[in-house]
Design a protein around this ligand. Structure first.
Ligand SMILES: Cc1cc2nc3c(=O)[nH]c(=O)nc-3n(C[C@H](O)[C@H](O)[C@H](O)COP(=O)(O)OP(=O)(O)OC[C@H]3O[C@@H](n4cnc5c(N)ncnc54)[C@H](O)[C@@H]3O)c2cc1C
Length: 518
């Protein structure tokens, strides 16, 4: 029987196989050397001054060996039942991969461009402040996850097979370390190639992927989906549609509402993206241990309850860049990404306050109430920063003390920053909670509250402000047969891994719906 063994070593001992072998032998009280082992999990423990590496190994005794069981076997699906998948983000791509496994033909329609062409639009956005509404940090092949930090951890392990998702990433080129690191991440420089690999595989096995192909209308017959319109011109008949369009496809929310397909307001979160130097975060988290190649750039995860509501860090990017993530010209939106080595001199994170439909008395039942608020903040930020993609910015202590910043340290945000008081963008229920939370965060991470940190605003696309409600049993829309609202845009996932899992689960739900029909 394979055994699991756990212990701690120093980070610099990670490659010392003789030491690890001896430790395993001692932990299991073995009297012989007749065993092999492989990594199961590892994580940094920086709670005390001497930093340790938590290690977990699977140990195979005597003649046992790691048993290889294939976890993914595709079929050629060219002549199989066709399923429309709208959106080629993690949800859409993993749904397509699952189709290959279960014998359905995925037909993916993506409004944006392929990964390589998309890169040119990102350059225009960063250098000339030109937002292409169809090709940007949120739209295009790979979705919002492509030019991201590629963090692959999820708190929602109940939703499905995290390990399978990670193994598929490895299958398409991600480093095997993601299978053992407690906080795996891939990095912006590596993700595009992985995404291209997935698409080529889908096509090679009989699936289809169409770029610059936007869903623009839906035809219903007796509350069941019967056809979809692409690019305002071509209609295609489908009776099963996975709608995986992400949290930024506002035109999709409007389309559904116009066609009488129920959408609801959903709580989300909104705030700022804070940037410190990575050196400061390492100093705080690693007790002054710096420039050490054996320990990764430090991260943090902060949460505080302020006036009865959660304020928390979101999508923290060690060694990262603050990115312009607008999907339309007249708005400013921030997010963050990191390269695989996380070796940039900055660290950034969203710091956000929960927003609820009840924050807008009298409008609680308006499905668009949270979306309208999100839009209004993004538009105000654009106006306040001079109607370009420059971002409103304020030093952290200046914000806490309600002072306008007169100068700034360098920021990683490429289009540029403009001094704006955050209080002129956010209503008091957001700004005051952020202010109090920063003071709380400094108690947990002494030195976090520094005037060398810069706030960029807003961080507003944390999750969807709209729910596209589905039947929890069948995963179909509550009132529209054949429509499977999927992942982040529908309000059922948050992050790359949970979106990918939801995509795969939707395909399984479609299989069940066919079986019921038969
Ligand atoms: C800069 C950045 C960094 C991030 N970093 C991380 C991270 O490190 N880890 C993490 O877990 N998450 C991260 N995220 C969030 C993560 O990317 C999303 O949670 C995830 O991509 C959601 O997957 P999805 O498939 O549901 O939607 P999306 O990835 O948003 O994909 C939706 C796709 O649908 C397409 N689409 C929209 N409308 C239409 C239409 N009408 N017709 C056809 N296609 C359409 C879009 O172009 C897009 O490609 C980051 C996001 C950003 C923007």
């Amino acid at each position: 029987m394979a055994e699991v063994v756990q212990f701690q070593i120093l980070p610099e001992q990670v490659d010392d196989l003789a030491l690890i072998h001896a430790k395993i032998k001692s932990e299991l009280a073995l009297t012989h050397d007749d065993f092999t082992f492989e990594w199961r999990k590892r994580s940094i423990d920086a709670r005390k001054k001497i930093i340790k590496l938590n290690c977990s190994f699977i140990v195979y005794l005597k003649d046992e060996a790691s048993v290889f069981t294939p976890f993914f076997t595709p079929q050629n699906v060219a002549d199989k039942k066709r399923i429309a998948i709208i959106g080629a983000g993690p949800a859409g791509l993993f749904a397509a991969l699952r189709c290959l496994e279960v014998g359905l033909c995925p037909v993916v329609f993506e409004r944006g461009k392929d990964v390589r062409s998309r890169r040119r639009d990102l350059a225009e956005l960063n250098k000339k402040s030109i937002v292409n509404p169809e090709s940007n940090y949120c739209f295009g092949e790979g979705g919002a996850g492509t030019y991201s930090d590629g963090k692959l951890y999820t708190r929602s392990k109940k939703r499905g097979d995290v390990e399978k998702t990670l193994k598929l990433f490895v299958e398409f080129g991600a480093d095997k370390d993601i299978l053992v690191d407690a906080h795996p991440h891939i990095g912006t420089n590596k993700l595009p190639q992985i995404i291209v690999g997935m698409r080529e595989f889908i096509v090679a096995n009989g699936g289809e992927v169409h770029f610059e192909s936007k869903l623009t209308d839906i035809k219903l017959q007796e509350n069941a989906i019967s056809a979809i319109e692409i690019n305002h011109s071509n209609w295609f008949e489908f009776d099963r549609v996975i709608l995986a369009t992400g949290h930024s496809a506002r035109d999709i929310f409007e389309l559904l509402h116009t066609r009488g397909i129920k959408v609801d307001a959903k709580p989300f979160a909104l705030g700022v993206r804070i940037e410190h130097t990575q050196e400061l975060i390492d100093t705080i988290q690693y007790h002054g241990r710096l420039n050490d190649s054996f320990i990764p750039p430090a991260s943090y995860s902060l949460v505080a309850q302020v006036d009865g509501r959660g304020v928390y860090s979101f999508c923290m990017c060690p060694g990262g860049i603050v990115a312009p993530c607008a999907t339309a010209q007249e708005e400013v939106v921030t997010n963050g990404w990191s390269p695989s080595k996380r070796n940039n001199i900055y660290s950034n994170s969203g710091i956000v306050v929960s927003v609820d439909p009840s924050d807008f008395p009298g409008k609680e039942n308006d499905p668009f109430v949270c979306l309208d608020f999100q839009k209004s903040i993004e538009k105000k930020a654009w106006e306040m920063a001079g109607k370009t993609q420059k971002v409103p910015a304020q030093r952290l202590v200046d914000f806490v003390q309600k002072k306008k910043s007169i100068d700034f340290p360098r920021s990683s945000y490429q289009p540029g920053i403009v001094s704006v008081e955050m209080d002129s963008i956010f209503p008091p229920f957001i700004a005051n909670r952020l202010r109090k939370a920063f003071v709380e965060f400094d108690k947990k991470m002494n030195g976090f509250l520094t005037n060398d940190a810069v706030l960029h605003a807003p961080e507003s696309r944390t999750s969807s402000p709209i729910l596209i409600p589905r039947n929890p049993e069948t995963m179909e829309h509550v009132s529209t047969k054949g429509l499977f609202p999927c992942a982040e845009g529908a309000g059922y996932a948050g992050g790359i891994v949970s979106a990918a899992i939801d995509g795969m689960n939707c395909v399984d739900a479609i299989i069940t719906s066919f079986q019921k029909e038969a």
